[in-house]
Design a binder for this molecule. Structure first.
Ligand SMILES: Cc1cc2nc3c(=O)[nH]c(=O)nc-3n(C[C@H](O)[C@H](O)[C@H](O)COP(=O)(O)O)c2cc1C
Length: 136
């Protein structure tokens, strides 16, 4: 099995109905392919993990990478794993707001995922850390 973690920023023009459609379609595809995972979104900042058979995870990652509905795609982790952090979730979508901290901290997989964004508290309050300015 394989797991990847990525961050990205969703296009602000994408509305609620389209987000729900992306999630519904992604869940159906992930279920078909044996992939489980989670997608946390704080404002437009996306933090996501997918795990499953290596070929399926690689192909899905390539499609997500190419998806024009988000940008600033960054892969943070891509490695073999023996166990799932998101068992039972085809793709759990969490629209993160100020009330989300307890829920994230109560789930080992979600807390683990937030480490890639500086921790659950940081992600809930500020979203993704800003990139260092390459010109400074
Ligand atoms: C932030 C984000 C997360 C996504 N997550 C998944 C996912 O977990 N699984 C998936 O199959 N597609 C996901 N998608 C959609 C893919 O980028 C792509 O649209 C889809 O795989 C193409 O399938 P379709 O042509 O059958 O719609 C995601 C898209 C975005 C913008």
């Amino acid at each position: 099995m394989f797991r990847i973690v990525y961050t990205s920023r969703l296009d602000p023009a994408i509305g609620r109905a389209e987000i729900e459609a992306i999630v519904a379609r992604a869940q159906a595809r992930n279920k078909r392919d044996g992939i489980t995972g989670a997608w946390l979104m704080r404002g437009r900042d996306c933090l996501s993990a997918l795990e499953g058979p290596p070929k399926a995870v690689r192909e899905t990652t390539e499609q997500i990478w190419d998806d024009r509905r988000h940008s600033e795609f960054r892969l943070h982790e891509m490695k073999p794993t023996d166990d799932r952090h998101f068992e039972g979730w085809d793709l759990e979508f969490v629209d993160v707001d100020d009330q989300s901290l307890a829920r994230i901290e109560a789930h080992p997989g979600l807390s683990w995922l937030c480490r890639f964004a500086g921790g659950a508290e940081a992600f809930v309050s500020q979203g993704l850390p800003s990139e260092p300015d390459p010109n400074s």
